[in-house]
Ligand binder design. Structure first.
Ligand code: ZN
Ligand code: ZN
Length: 141
């Protein structure tokens, strides 16, 4: 998902979010990476580009994006929220060894959710944990 600055600008405008330079940079950072960064990671990586950046601004911007449905949180670990600019249906796999989080396609429509027919579902998260192919290979060698 590599969106141009122009496209990001319109994305924010569409959601009535004032497209400040910082917000565009944060959105750009998220859209260009599939690594599901934490707020701290985003902050440290953007600091050299935006020396006036504060952690509060990063947190507030991310909150705004999440509320607008532009970004979703991945809380595969209780103690850290990660952020994902891909809001389409997909599952997350966390590798115990390298800590990377991988996306995988999930057929949410085909999921059997018996017993929820009278509930309103607002969010669906699918989290798997284990060992990724890269770590498996390194372990054998
Ligand atoms: Zn791994
Ligand atoms: Zn994801």
């Amino acid at each position: 998902m590599n969106l141009s600055t122009e496209a990001l600008l319109n994305l924010l405008k569409d959601k009535n979010i004032r497209p400040s330079y910082t917000r565009i940079k944060i959105m750009e950072y998220l859209a260009a990476r599939r690594t599901h960064p934490t707020a701290d990671e985003i902050y440290s990586n953007l600091l050299h580009e935006i020396p006036t950046l504060s952690k509060t601004t990063v947190y507030n911007s991310l909150n705004t994006f999440v509320k607008a449905g532009l970004v979703r949180t991945v809380t595969i670990e209780d103690n850290e929220a990660r952020f994902d600019a891909d809001t389409s249906d997909h599952g997350h796999f966390k590798c115990d060894m390298c800590g990377n989080i991988y996306d995988f396609p999930v057929d949410m429509a085909g999921l059997h959710t018996k017993g929820l027919s009278r509930f309103i579902v607002k969010q669906r998260d699918i989290y798997f944990k284990g060992t990724c192919p890269g770590c498996l290979e390194n372990n054998i060698n």
